[in-house]
Design a binder for this molecule. Sequence first.
Ligand SMILES: [Zn+2]
Length: 262
Amino acid sequence: MQLVREARDAGLDVVALTDHDTTAGWEDAAAALPPGLSLVRGTELSCSRGGISLHLLAYLFDPAEPEFAAVRRGLRDSRVSRAERMIEMLAADGHPVSWQQVRALAEGTVGRPHIAQALMAHGLVGSVDEAFAPEWIGTRGRYWAAKSELDVVEGVRLVVGAGGVAVFAHPAASRRGRTVGDDVIALMADAGLAGLEVDHVDHDDDERAHLRGVAADLGLLVTGSSDFHGDNKTVRLGDHVTSEAAYDDIVARATGLEVLAS
Ligand SMILES: [Zn+2]
């Protein structure tokens, strides 16, 4: 898998693979792991709270734990039916986007980025960002369909129940949409949240400082990541990293899986 080679080339010694609502890439990543690079297996769960969409990083959980496995399956199914609804709406307006094409563009879970790529392939938009505008498939946009999402506090409980470590992804990324207040972070902490992803491209300096304070108050660890999505977005792999101390803490807390090394 190209990602793990790029991670090594970027100078990383540990990389986490956290595709949305799936563990499908773990095996390929493990098989392609270059010497000197360790792999943290995880996923990024689509969650919500009070109508606000949130992402929860789940690291080193046992993929076979039945309760969490069933919830992940449900989330994947709902992503497929949601993408189908968006494609139907586009097709009904005469746009030449098909399920077969989007499916072929997605190597794993079908998501909005793949519909965006299809729109680009047909020259309907000039970029993925443009596809995410309200005229197309942006949140609550013309061709947007809602997906079923897991309550974020319940998500934390499920991850911890499967021996994993839960980290709130980009909690203050206001440019992605509405964000939740510190009260919700406190509820997540009560449910077993381990940390906050503070160092992220979508957080400015003030947001990072605020989140560091919240983490200190609640006894949460602080992580950083590039949130690298391949060539779809402008971030570079390894742009933000997690400290060795926080990483050691995550590994020590996990009981679901070991870190893989080649
Ligand atoms: Zn995310």
